[in-house]
Every structure is written in structure tokens, then in C-alpha cells.
Design a protein around this ligand. Structure first.
Ligand SMILES: O=P(O)(O)OC[C@H]1O[C@H](OP(=O)(O)OP(=O)(O)O)[C@H](O)[C@@H]1O
Ligand SMILES: Oc1ncnc2c1N=NC2
Ligand SMILES: [Mg+2]
Ligand SMILES: [Mg+2]
Length: 213
């Protein structure tokens, strides 16, 4: 596959082998992707994105969950040059989108004003997301953005989830495909908890109860 395909059986790491904040230790079952592996994969994605870029990029962070991947990806993009040896001028945009409560997807709430959208006209946009689960968020966001005739829109998502609830949307750039489990860490949250965890981990039942709304 074009990305790293993780399945639970062969890729769960014990929490004991990593530094885990003690305030989350009782709420997690395993480490799925250690922070170091995330960073190495992000570095590679940045190289590919720059090589395939055709000019200045508007890099658009989908808050809140996309924040960490966005920050690290932009840092690596700045260190790369195109095939022609050119650096890529970047401008940064931030869009807040929310649809989850607990581990359930609800109505997608896009906070995107008209004038913010108008700025996308004629630009090469790279949308940066943490995860594609049902695909609802991205499909709605892309539909909205395409109304403002950007030059091009590409999507980079660190994770895609192998779930029967998927609408089939696949981004242009993907870090990892993961099993159908609710993951947290690296800015991915459960009811606003775990964003301050560096590794991507699987939340356990105790954690789902402890941090339920
Ligand atoms: O493919 P989907 O099923 O739509 O799920 C993916 C989206 O849901 C999560 O956002 P959330 O609503 O939790 O807001 P957050 O980014 O602030 O955590 C995640 O960050 C993605 O944006
Ligand atoms: O596994 C997940 N972890 C955190 N946030 C989300 C997830 N799937 N859709 C949104
Ligand atoms: Mg999100
Ligand atoms: Mg969330």
C-alpha cells in the first residue's frame, strides 16, 4: 500500500516500554504508534508533498485534532526542496471543525466564514487532518471549499481508520491506516482529554468511563 498499514494483532506495544504521562496510565491499553515513528513518517510525507508541489502552498490545519500533525509537517516541509531544487513558499490557515462527542460522530460543525473561504480562490491548498474515520468531516469540508474555486485542493491525513462506517473517502497523502479502534494522543482527543499525550495509543474501557461526558 501507499502507506503503513497497521493491524492490532502484530502492532500493539506495551505501555511499559514507553514514557506515558502518569495521569493517563490507567486509561490506556497500548501504544499503537510511538511518537518517534510518527515523526519519521511525517518527515517522509513532507518530502513527498514538496516533491509533488507545483508552487506556493496554502497549508490549512483542521483544528483541533490536526494541530500536532500540522505543526510537525510544516516544520519538515520547510526543510525540503522541490525536484528543481526550489523551496516552497507557505501560507497558513486554521479551520475549526467539530463532530465528535466521545467516540461517536454527530453533525459536522464547520466554523468557516465567507471571507476566509474567498481567500482560497485560485490557491493550491493542502488540508492537514489527524484522522479520516467515517470520512464525513472531510467530504463536507471539501464540498464547502470547492465552492470557492481554489486552483487545487489536496488532503494529508496522518491516519485513516479501517471502519465499516467509512464513506470511502481516501486522502491524497496518508501516514498510517489503523484498525477500527478509538485512538488518542498526538492531539487526537476523547472529550478533550489525551491531546497532551505524544504517542498514539488505544483508550481502554476505564478511560472511556472516566472521561465520558
Ligand atoms: O472522518 P470523521 O468520522 O468525520 O472523523 C474525523 C474527524 O473527527 C475528529 O474531529 P473532532 O470532531 O473530534 O474535533 P477535534 O478535531 O477538535 O478533536 C478528527 O479530528 C477529525 O477531524
Ligand atoms: O479514533 C479516533 N480518535 C480520536 N478522534 C477521532 C477518532 N475517530 N474519529 C475522530
Ligand atoms: Mg478534528
Ligand atoms: Mg476530537
Amino acid at each position: 500500500t501507499k502507506w503503513i498499514d497497521l493491524d492490532t494483532e502484530s502492532f500493539q506495544y506495551s505501555l511499559d516500554h514507553f514514557v506515558i504521562p502518569d495521569h493517563y496510565e490507567d486509561a490506556l491499553s497500548s501504544v499503537l504508534i510511538p511518537h518517534g515513528v510518527i515523526m519519521d513518517r511525517v518527515e517522509k510525507l513532507a518530502k513527498v508533498i514538496v516533491q509533488e508541489s507545483t508552487g506556493p502552498l496554502v497549508v490549512c490545519c483542521v483544528l483541533k485534532g490536526g494541530h500536532q500533525f500540522f505543526a510537525d509537517l510544516v516544520n519538515y516541509i520547510k526543510k525540503n526542496v522541490t525536484r528543481g531544487g526550489k523551496t516552497v513558499p507557505l501560507s497558513l490557515e486554521f479551520i475549526k471543525v467539530k463532530s465528535y462527542s466521545g467516540e461517536t460522530s454527530g453533525e459536522v460543525k464547520l466554523s468557516l466564514t465567507e471571507e476566509e473561504c474567498k481567500d482560497f480562490a485560485g490557491k493550491n491548498i493542502l488540508i492537514v487532518e489527524d484522522i479520516i474515520d467515517t470520512g464525513k468531516t472531510m467530504v463536507q469540508l471539501l464540498t464547502k471549499l470547492k465552492q470557492y474555486s481554489p486552483e487545487s485542493v489536496k488532503v494529508a491525513s496522518l491516519l485513516i481508520k479501517k471502519t465499516p462506517l467509512s464513506n470511502g473517502y481516501i486522502p491524497d497523502y496518508v501516514g498510517f491506516s489503523i484498525p477500527n479502534a478509538f485512538v488518542v494522543g498526538y492531539a487526537l482527543d476523547y472529550n478533550e482529554y489525551f491531546r497532551d499525550l505524544d504517542h498514539i495509543c488505544v483508550i481502554n474501557d476505564h478511560g472511556k468511563q472516566k472521561y465520558a461526558v
